[in-house]
Design a protein around this ligand. Structure first.
Ligand SMILES: *Cc1c(COP(=O)(O)O)cnc(C)c1O
Length: 416
C-alpha cells in the first residue's frame, strides 16, 4: 500500500475521530506545555550554553555537558541526583543498575506489579541463571501479583510488612502485559504504603514509556529511584542511545559504581559528540511524547469505530505511550504491521514476517521503520502470533507521520 493509495474513506474516518478527540488532544497539549516549562526553567537555571555541547574524549573528566545535564535531569524529575549516560546500552541496563544499587547478598527484591519486563527477568535471575545476575549474587526474590489489572494494595501491604524486602520494583507501564499502566500518583500511593509498613525499603520504579505523559514523575511522589531508556520518551527522538537513573543521591552514586566501576562512578565516561543530542532531545521530549500520545489516541479511536477492542480506549487518560489493539486474526495482525512498516520514513520497502524470537513461546511479528535502531518513541508495532492477535503500538515522532502510519496500516488491513 502506497501512502497515495490510502482511500478517502479512511482519511475521512481519521478526520471524524480527530474532531471527537479535540478535548483529549487539548489535554495532551496542556501536559506538554507544563513539562516544557519545567524543562526550560531547568535549562536556564543551570545556564546551558554552547560549551555544554562540546563533549569529551578518553576518561571524560570534567565534562561540563554531562555534569550539567545530570543536574537538569534531577531538577526536571524532582530528585536529588541523576545519572544520564549513553554508556547505558538500553533501558534494561539502567533499570538493572538501579536494582544492583538497591540490593545486596541476602536481601530480597520484591516486584509489586507481577513479573517484571522480559529482559529484566534474566538480569534479576528469575529466568535462567546468568552469571552476574542478582540471583547469582545471592539476592532473594519474591513477587506480588497484580489484581484486576492493577496493584493489589492489600497483598502489597501484607507481603511487604511480612518480608520487609530491601527493595521493591514498581513497573509503571503495561509492557507486554494486558494490565493497565499506573499513573505517577498511583506509583506514589504504592510508595507511601510500602514506606508505612517498611520504612527502610527502597522503592525503585521502572519508568519506561511513562516519562512526560503526566505533569508529575514518580520521583516527585515518593519513589527513591526511577530509571528508563533514552530511545523512548525522554530522549525526544534525538538521543542516539542511552539510559537514565534519577533519585536519592546515595543510590544514584551506587548505580554509577555499577555502570562503571566502584570508586569511579559517574566521574568518568566521555560523551564524545553526544551531549547536544541529549540536551536537545530532553528539550523536545514533552512535545515528542505528546505526538506519540495523540497517535495512540487516534489509533484507538479509528480501530474502535471499525469494531476492534482497544486499550486504552480513545478517551481514557494515558499514563504510557502504549496502545493495544485486538485484531482477532493472524491475517489482520500481519497486515496491520505491514501497513505500519510501509508507512514508515525508513525501511518502508521491507515486509515484516512473523519469526521465532529467542525467549518467546509464539512467533512474533514486528514493524519498525526508525531513524534509530529499536527506538520505540518512533512509530512501531508488534505482537505475538497467538489469540487474540493483539498488536502493541507505540510512538510517532510527529503526529502527522504517526497519523499516516495508522491510516496506512488500516488501509492495508481492510484491503482484502
Ligand atoms: C522498554 C522497557 C524496558 C527496557 O527495555 P530496553 O529494550 O532494554 O530499553 C523495561 N521495562 C519496560 C516496561 C519497558 O517498556
Amino acid at each position: 500500500m502506497k501512502l497515495s493509495d490510502i482511500p478517502t474513506e479512511i482519511e475521512r474516518l481519521a478526520e471524524d475521530c480527530e474532531a471527537e478527540l479535540a478535548s483529549r488532544f487539548a489535554e495532551i497539549d496542556r501536559v506538554a506545555r507544563i513539562n516544557t516549562r519545567r524543562i526550560m526553567e531547568a535549562f536556564q537555571e543551570f545556564r546551558v550554553s554552547e560549551s555544554c555541547f562540546a563533549g569529551t574524549t578518553g576518561y571524560g573528566y570534567d565534562d561540563l555537558g554531562r555534569e550539567t545535564l545530570d543536574k537538569i535531569w534531577a531538577r526536571v524529575f524532582g530528585s536529588e541526583s541523576a545519572l544520564v549516560r549513553t554508556g547505558f546500552v538500553n533501558g534494561t541496563h539502567a533499570i538493572a543498575s538501579a536494582l544492583f544499587a538497591s540490593v545486596g547478598p541476602g536481601d530480597t527484591l520484591m516486584p509489586l506489579m507481577g513479573s517484571p519486563y522480559d529482559t529484566l527477568r534474566t538480569a534479576i535471575g528469575i529466568s535462567g541463571d546468568a552469571y552476574g545476575s542478582l540471583g547469582f549474587y545471592g539476592v532473594n526474590y519474591a513477587e506480588v501479583a497484580t489484581k484486576n489489572g492493577g496493584p493489589d494494595m492489600e497483598s502489597i501491604e501484607r507481603r511487604v510488612g511480612e518480608i520487609r524486602p530491601r527493595a521493591v520494583l514498581i513497573q509503571r507501564s503495561r509492557g507486554y502485559d494486558s494490565r493497565r499502566a499506573l499513573s505517577a500518583e498511583e506509583v506514589g500511593e504504592i510508595c507511601r504504603l510500602v514506606k508505612r509498613v517498611s520504612p527502610n525499603t527502597i522503592c525503585v520504579v521502572d519508568n519506561c514509556y511513562g516519562e512526560f505523559t503526566e505533569t508529575e514523575e514518580p520521583t516527585m511522589l515518593g519513589a527513591d529511584l526511577a530509571a528508563g531508556s533514552l530511545i523512548k520518551n525522554p530522549g525526544g527522538g534525538l538521543a542516539p542511545t542511552g539510559g537514565y537513573i534519577a533519585g536519592k543521591a546515595e543510590l544514584v552514586e551506587r548505580a554509577a559504581y555499577r555502570l562503571t566501576v566502584p570508586g569511579i562512578g559517574g566521574e568518568c565516561g566521555c560523551t564524545l559528540g553526544t551531549n547536544r543530542q541529549l540536551f536537545q532531545g530532553l528539550f523536545l521530549a514533552p512535545h515528542t511524547t505528546a505526538q506519540a500520545l495523540k497517535t495512540a489516541a487516534l489509533c484507538s479511536a479509528m480501530l474502535q469505530k471499525l469494531g476492534f477492542d482497544t486499550e486504552p480506549g480513545p478517551f481514557e487518560p494515558r499514563y504510557d505511550i502504549i496502545q493495544t489493539v485486538t485484531l482477532k486474526s493472524p491475517e489482520n495482525l500481519c497486515r496491520f504491521c505491514r501497513g505500519i512498516q510501509a508507512g514508515s520514513p525508513v525501511d518502508s520497502y521491507v515486509t515484516p514476517e512473523p519469526w521465532q524470537m529467542p525467549g518467546y513461546e509464539d512467533e512474533v511479528i514486528m514493524a519498525a521503520g526508525a531513524f534509530i535502531q529499536g527506538s520505540s518513541i518512533e512509530l512501531s508495532a508488534d505482537g505475538p502470533m497467538r489469540e487474540p492477535y493483539r498488536a502493541f503500538l507505540q510512538g510517532g515522532l510527529t503526529y502527522e507521520s504517526g497519523r499516516l502510519g495508522i491510516m496506512n496500516a488500516i488501509a492495508e488491513m481492510l484491503d482484502k
